[in-house]
Write a protein that binds this ligand. Structure first.
Ligand SMILES: [Zn+2]
Length: 384
């Protein structure tokens, strides 16, 4: 067996109502919290248990709700300045993946003094950072357990800051916060989490490791067997808890065995056409898996029964193809549009999407099968 390293969040607090324990947890770290979130989370009333608990613990809280989806650099800068003005000695991120990603960068930039422009890429951010607690409201990006923040730079491009210093001190997971998520968000974020597990399991990264693969299998079992219920019966607490746990495990998996071509080809769809991250992934997933199956059909057959018990005997290329078809059917069942054209994306966008995707070298290097520019075009054409 090859050697490997596995880094994850040192403390996980999980359970119904857990966000009301934010004060007790945060009291270990500081007295002045910058709480980074978005306006939708505030409107939904999701902040209240955490903020009340922080204030009861004697912690001064400044809420900054300026995060937007696919946050541009200006959103990060504004959040850093708000936290600085508050004199924050710790950061709490509460929201979807974008809020958590921005919270990570606020904790880092405020304490280390590094410049955002200097830290894109793998291992360039050095820290130190302020204490950091992350509480997700979607299931999800798994951002609460990854060393990654994604920022939109310029008009269309997404860049990642990847560094172990971005792993938080505490992941605080309260499935109650996800009970009100609308079906389309539940579906898209749930498929995103499934993609994290699939890509972690099959990653060509030299650090693909048995811990990540074990987590990926359990994540897929939890996500795949609960996503329909969570989408169609959103108030089911058990389905919501299983989805949130699944997205955490998938996040831990791909934090150490990174994602690949599905994400590389999904980012340009978000960057150019504003399609949410999870839906972008769902749109290219079947075509990328059919492309990869030539190399990693055995791995796909290993994963298949975790999601679909009926595929327990899956073997060979046919088994892998059955897995891909079942995943595509699952996406349709949960209401996700199957093709790029369904979202009004024109066929002549394919070359520009492919050119953008080829810039995602950080991700493409992990794909089990090498993706050329011609391959990227062919995959988008198949997904169109
Ligand atoms: Zn993702």
């Amino acid at each position: 067996m090859n050697g490997f390293a596995f880094d994850t969040v040192p403390s996980i607090v999980f359970g119904s109502g857990a966000s009301a324990r934010a004060g007790a947890i945060a009291g270990r770290f500081g007295r002045r919290a910058a709480l980074v979130t978005d306006a939708g989370v505030v409107r939904a009333g999701l902040l209240e248990p955490a903020v009340a608990s922080l204030r009861e613990a004697g912690i001064a809280v400044a809420v900054h709700d300026g995060v937007v989806a696919d946050p541009p650099e200006t959103v990060v800068t504004a959040a850093v300045e708000a936290a600085r003005a508050h004199g924050a000695d710790m950061v709490v991120g509460l929201g979807g993946g974008s809020s958590l990603d921005v919270a990570k960068l606020v904790a880092l930039l405020l304490r280390s003094g590094e410049a955002l422009a200097d830290i894109y890429g793998v291992g360039n951010a050095k820290g130190p950072r302020l204490p950091l607690i992350l509480a997700p409201t979607t299931a999800g990006t798994g951002s609460e357990a990854t060393p990654i923040s994604i920022v939109t730079t310029g008009a269309h491009e997404k860049k990642g800051v990847v560094s172990p210093v971005l792993l938080p001190d505490v992941a605080l997971l309260d499935p109650d916060l996800t009970l009100g998520l609308p079906p389309h968000v539940t579906a898209a974020t749930g498929v995103d989490a499934m993609v994290h597990a699939i890509e972690a399991y099959t990653s060509k990264s030299p650090n693909n490791n048995p811990v990540s693969r074990a987590l990926a299998c359990e994540a897929l079992r939890l996500l795949g067997r609960n996503i329909r219920r969570a989408v169609h019966h959103g108030s089911d607490p058990q389905a919501r808890a299983n989805m949130l746990l699944g997205s955490l495990l998938a996040g831990q998996a791909f934090a150490n065995s990174p994602v690949a071509a599905v994400h590389a080809l999904a980012y340009p769809i978000g960057g150019r056409f504003g399609v949410p991250h999870g839906l972008s992934n769902a749109l290219v997933l079947p075509a990328v898996m059919r492309f990869n199956a030539e190399i990693c059909f055995e791995a796909y057959c290993e994963l298949a029964p975790h999601v679909f018990p009926d595929l327990a005997g899956a073997a060979g290329r046919r088994g892998a193809d059955a897995f891909v078809e079942a995943l595509a059917a699952l996406s349709r069942d949960v209401g996700l549009a199957p093709r790029l054209r369904d979202l009004g994306i024109p066929a002549d966008a394919v070359p520009i999407l492919a050119a953008d995707a080829m810039k995602q070298t950080r991700l493409l290097v992990n794909n089990p099968r090498e993706v050329t520019a011609a391959d990227a075009r062919a995959i988008y054409e198949a997904a169109w």
